[in-house]
Design a protein around this ligand. Sequence first.
Ligand code: SAH
Ligand code: F3S
Length: 464
Amino acid sequence: MNLKIPTKTQLPLYKASPTLEPINTRQTQTARRVYIETYGCQMNVSDSELMSGILTQNGYEMVDQLEDANVVLLNTCAIRENAEEKVLNRLVHLHHRKKRQSDLVLGVCGCMAQHMKTKLIDAAPYVDFVLGPDAYRNLPMAINSVTIGDPFLGLKLDKGEDYADIAPIRVEGIRAWLTIQRGCDKMCTFCIVPFVRGRERSIPMQLLVDDVKRLVDEGFKEVVLLGQTVNSYNDGTHNFGDLLFGLSEVEGIERIRFTSPHPSDATDDLIEAMASCDKVCNYIHLPLQSGSTRVLKAMRRTYTAEAYRELVAKMRARIPNLAISTDVIVGFCGETETDFMETYNLMAEIRYDSAFMFKYSSRDGTLAHKTLDDDVSEVEKGRRLKEIIALQESVSHETNQRLIGEVVTVLVEGESRKDPDRYQGKTDGFKTTVFPKANSEVGDLVRVKVESTTAHTLIGSITK
Ligand code: SAH
Ligand code: F3S
């Protein structure tokens, strides 16, 4: 497995609690080889890297094939019902495997673990342990205590846990994920995240500056800052704008991205930092959720459709060629045809470069689940979703078409999956671009003249 070896100063993994000492039972008999399967968002990808860091530091070997493992960890997502169903199906498959491989240890980690708690053990009694997002320091202990019999549960949320002392293990590449903030305090009524990831906390800026310097030493050229509401970052002294300015000064980092900001926290500081720091990409993922102020209110999104529209106008005026993507939910509780049309029309007006679009999925534990009626039928949700997907497809296509003849700057990431003679990379605006290698190398910033496009890809060749 091609891994980056962490160079971060390693601090003790365990907080000063005698109950958290690892008990070395089966570890002494068999070498533990761990395979992590990651579901959901980039935050989970980043958490899996963190888990690899914790395990490697404790003498475990990470493997990239399920077949080579005797410990399998599923790092799960709980955002919509189908995300949990996917994992439950996967568990059935792994149960069969466990019957054939008697020493196989199976752990469920992450948001679904935190959401379902012991219900997960009820549904899949063969699972050996269940660890939520704030309990990853317990991983070695959970694995080692499997022989004891009872499934280990690590489900305490801890506002003090930021894992800032742990060096994640990243797969080699050009782009690195860097978690700068954990948890969320926003409490949108549809969303499970605050319940499974706990309260918001930010990692001190100086540590993040050091992290980015280390990433440069390890060969990364681009860093993506991660947080649930990444732009509400505040370490007590520095806000998100300060962080962008601070990280821009790190020599050798070529590009800085971040995801996902919350529209209500998009301050002038943020806009200024994006406009004036060359390394900060001219791209923002700005979740809209709904174009109806009435629905936004029921969602507790803390902005109106009008305020969102004005924010986009202000950002576009200050940041030339700004690419914008978004998240939209259709069929939220009480969403009428008029509300839906407001979403449709606002999307058509803003013309996003791309969008992630979802049917509302009621999540147990959220305020919407407790107090609102999930009253839009599945069929109607499906129809609304289809309509905005069709709209977005045509807008994305036209936006790409308009780039034909233009020159875009691309960070070369690696060979194109379809053609080994070509490279692929992303533009500043996060569009995938494919072009003949010429004399370029992975990690270079090259200028590519766009010659044609497919549905989601720009095709061109390197120019001066
Ligand atoms: N602030 C986070 C949001 C994470 S959830 C971030 O942007 O990183 C990602 C998206 O999933 C949300 O923006 C929302 O559009 C969608 N989502 C969240 N809860 C949902 C639910 N109950 N049903 C459908 N979609 C949901
Ligand atoms: Fe979820 Fe809203 Fe936070 S979508 S992650 S509660 S900003």
